[in-house]
Design a protein around this ligand. Structure first.
Ligand code: AMP
Ligand code: MG
Length: 404
């Protein structure tokens, strides 16, 4: 059984496909040139092309002795020079070897390095090679990692510590990246107050605002914090009108069917809005629309629903707008450490941990319970229409895959 079998319930794949198509149609095209120190988390706008060979010259992988193997037929070789990393050697004198250190350039004429642990020095300072040698051993050939002109990172790559290290190794001082995605965050609901204020009757603290703003910042977005929208049409209109230039409006709450949905009304007046009922749990209702041409994603208000829909749908959508192709989190198959007796109509994303290599869900999976996700290490995916016995395999998506 799949979500398709239930009229009106959209399967996860279909929703993601729609969102990614919408993202492809609204790419962020502006490009900035920025220094490496500022590029963590940004997305490459142009491929990174190697401007040099890596390594730029053949060098030693070991502390040892460099020689031309043809010169060595069992006899000891005198040492004719000493080559430290960061120095320029002279051509190797025939019939000699060179003392060499890791990362130092191989002298012209040498083709082999023997590590220092495998040789003996005699009183005359000559080097005896004990082991049989192979030509090219312990030599890092010029260009073995990268050839000048090669594409090392394609456009659309998200830059992290590894990519920045790689760019630095090629001498790139600046990179072309997409400008940051500007995202407005709105929380809706009369019941919401901010930490630091006293709770009145029926009120709760606004958790989604902090959750989303911190998350968006990690994703490299620039965030417009639009605060809390009360359940009031005039004030909702005013708040939307006051948003500056943004690329995406992200709201939480007010998307359940049948509710006095002021955000929905205000958005429809100035644009369009579709309510999608997703075949997932938590996170069934999701809205997508446009307000004066700006895309709007309305996430469900319960914090665990916000987390799941943001992480699995809004995040991929946002990254795709920046040109990232591989936007879906990696997951891996892990045996269940629990049973699932009743097949559901919706795919469940259980907040879960790995214990002794098995998936264990948090006891309270209510969509209002954010504590479940703080305890969890990932989302365990129980497919619609399926049951599980202990030991059956299911997909586990580490939270670390979606949080950054
Ligand atoms: P709604 O979609 O507005 O009906 O909200 C669904 C549930 O999520 C209600 O229990 C709300 O109180 C709760 N909720 C909505 N927004 C937030 C928020 N920003 N922080 C915490 N809980 C929220
Ligand atoms: Mg509400």
């Amino acid at each position: 059984m799949s979500g398709c079998d239930h009229p009106g319930l959209l399967p996860m794949e279909a929703v993601l496909e729609r969102l990614l198509a919408l993202a492809d149609a609204a790419p962020i095209e502006q490009v900035e040139q920025i220094v490496l120190a500022e590029a963590d988390g940004r997305v490459l706008a142009e491929p990174l092309i190697a401007a040099l060979d890596l390594p730029p010259w053949a060098n030693s992988a070991m502390d040892g002795y460099a020689l031309r193997l043809a010169d060595c037929s069992g006899q000891a070789l005198p040492i004719s020079q000493r080559i430290q990393a960061g120095t320029a050697p002279t051509p190797l004198e025939p019939g000699t070897c060179a003392r060499i250190f890791t990362g130092a350039p191989l002298p012209e004429g040498a083709d082999t390095v023997e590590m220092q642990e495998n040789v003996e020095l005699d009183e005359a300072g000559r080097v005896h090679f004990r082991e049989p040698l192979k030509v090219g051993q312990n030599v890092r050939a010029q260009g073995q990692e990268t050839r000048s002109g090669e594409c090392v990172l394609p456009a659309g790559t998200r830059l992290g510590p590894i990519e920045l290290g790689l760019a630095a190794s090629l001498g790139a001082a600046r990179l072309s990246v997409r400008r940051r995605l500007r995202v407005a965050v709105l929380s809706t609901g009369d019941e919401l107050v901010e930490p630091g204020q006293a709770l009145g009757p029926g009120q709760i603290y606004n958790s989604n605002r902090r959750l989303l703003i911190a998350w968006l910042q990690r994703l490299g977005c620039s965030v417009v914090d639009a605060g809390i929208l009360p359940d009031d049409l005039q004030r909702t209109r005013a708040a939307l009108g006051a948003l500056g230039e943004v690329d995406l409006i992200l709201s939480t709450g007010g998307v359940s069917v049948g509710e006095a949905d002021f955000l929905g009304i205000a958005l429809r007046e100035a644009g369009e809005l579709a309510l999608w009922k997703l075949a997932i749990k938590p996170g069934k209702p999701l809205t997508f629309g446009h307000y004066q041409g700006v895309p709007v994603i309305g996430l469900p208000g319960n914090p665990a629903s916000t987390l799941v829909t943001f992480g699995l749908l809004a995040r991929p959508y946002m990254l795709r707008r920046l040109g990232v192709q591989r936007v879906e989190p990696l997951g891996f198959a892990v045996p269940a450490g629990f049973t699932w007796a009743k097949p559901g109509m919706r795919r469940e994303y259980l907040r879960a941990r790995l214990e002794h290599g098995r998936v264990v869900p948090y006891a309270n999976q209510s969509s209002g319970v954010l504590r479940s996700a703080a305890w969890a290490e990932g989302l365990a995916e129980v497919m619609e229409g399926s049951t599980l016995a202990e030991g059956d395999m299911l997909r586990f998506i580490p939270l670390s895959e979606i949080l950054g």
